[in-house]
Design a protein around this ligand. Structure first.
Ligand code: UT7
Length: 328
């Protein structure tokens, strides 16, 4: 009998500070009406000066671990999907390992931008299925507002901070767990979303970095066009490869980047509105944080219950994209 990575518990964290559309109206030339119509966003959460991505990751992982009932010693691995780690290194996962006293765990970050959780869940569940780990904490956490240009109205209205975490356990003789994952990348999309300064091409403070961007750049239209197709394609491929149909999906928890992108993906696979989970109005685009935050809220509000099939899908800088099917 094969081993499945079963979700034992989910946790989350969002900063207290709220940034509303009305706040943004005072910062750039925009309007509540434009933002709501074009994106579905009304407010988002923003880290304080003292909060970082590890603040989010640690709090989310702590809640998930507590709710799982497991001891810290039981965890074998931490995988954190983030592109806004506290520092280039060490990893954010290492901060989680220390803060939670996970004395038997390895720790690593996965860099897949807004698809960070999709990729991390794939890594965590594959480690369990391969027998390299028994219990894994998978996190999606980002603090994009730290890298947001609040003079650029085309991007600053979109981003918020937050994240979530799952505790996974390898179990046999179960139909629950991560059923299937698909992962994709098209590196030709590299120029469409980036943050130039800080890496080895334009090291911070170097001559090469002069005049380069220190905040997030995005060609929204290109990403939008790509995302509409990629989200639908990933769902179709994931279902096909798992030998399942859209009717078997009880809940759809997509990356919350734009309500119009989500609606077109749901339409493409024929999912009715009541199966689509949305919290974009409250949090905006929290990058790798959005899907686990959605899973957390869906469970807490009773929309996601044990035994249900949930499909997640996300896309982001790279361009990368993918989807997971999980029986909760
Ligand atoms: O997580 C992955 C990362 N990224 C994404 O998922 C983003 C994908 N892209 C999008 O969601 C959309 O492209 C945006 C929401 C970013 C933009 O929406 P759009 O419908 O594609 O608008 P647009 O860029 O075509 O701009 C339409 C107009 C432009 O004015 P003109 O040229 O028609 O006069 C923009 O200058 O809207 C203007 N505009 C704004 N107006 C008011 C752009 N941003 C704003 C704004 N407020 N914040």
């Amino acid at each position: 009998m094969s081993t499945r990575a079963v979700v034992l518990a989910v946790g989350h964290y969002t900063p207290e500070r709220v940034l509303t559309n009305a706040d943004l109206e005072k910062m750039v030339d925009t309007s509540d009406e434009w933002i709501v119509q074009r994106t579905g966003m009304r407010e988002r959460r923003v880290c304080s000066e003292n909060e970082t991505t590890s603040t989010i990751a640690i709090a989310a992982a702590r809640e998930a671990l507590e709710r799982s009932g497991l001891a810290p010693e039981a965890i074998d691995l931490v995988v954190c999907g983030t592109v806004t780690g506290d520092m280039w290194f060490p990893s954010t996962a290492a901060h989680v390992q220390r803060a939670l006293g996970l004395v038997n765990a390895g720790a690593m970050d996965v860099g897949a931008a807004c698809a960070g959780f999709i990729y991390s869940l794939s890594v965590g569940s594959a480690m369990i299925e391969a027998g390299h780990a028994k219990r894994v904490i998978v996190i999606g956490a980002d603090a994009l507002t730290k890298f947001t240009d609040y003079t650029d109205r085309s991007t600053c209205i979109l981003f918020g901070d937050g994240g979530g975490a799952l505790v996974l356990e390898g179990q046999e003789n179960t139909d629950r767990g991560v059923l299937h994952t698909v992962l994709f990348c098209d590196g030709n999309g590299i120029p469409h979303i980036d943050l130039e300064v800080g890496g080895s091409r334009f090291p911070a403070g170097s001559r090469q970095a002069e005049g380069r961007r220190t905040k997030i750049y995005m060609n929204g239209n290109e990403v939008y066009r790509f995302a509409v197709k990629a989200m639908g394609d990933a769902c179709v491929r994931c279902l096909e490869q798992a030998g399942m149909s859209a009717d078997e999906v009880d809940l759809f928890v997509p990356h919350q980047a734009n309500i119009r992108i989500i609606e077109s993906a749901a339409k493409r696979i024929g999912l009715p509105d009541d199966k689509v989970f949305l919290n974009i109005d409250k949090y905006g685009n929290t990058s790798g944080g959005s899907i686990p935050l959605g899973l957390y809220e869906a469970e807490r509000t009773g929309r996601l219950r044990k035994g249900m099939v949930v499909m997640t899908v996300g896309f982001g800088a790279g361009l990368v994209w993918g989807a997971n099917l999980i029986r909760w």
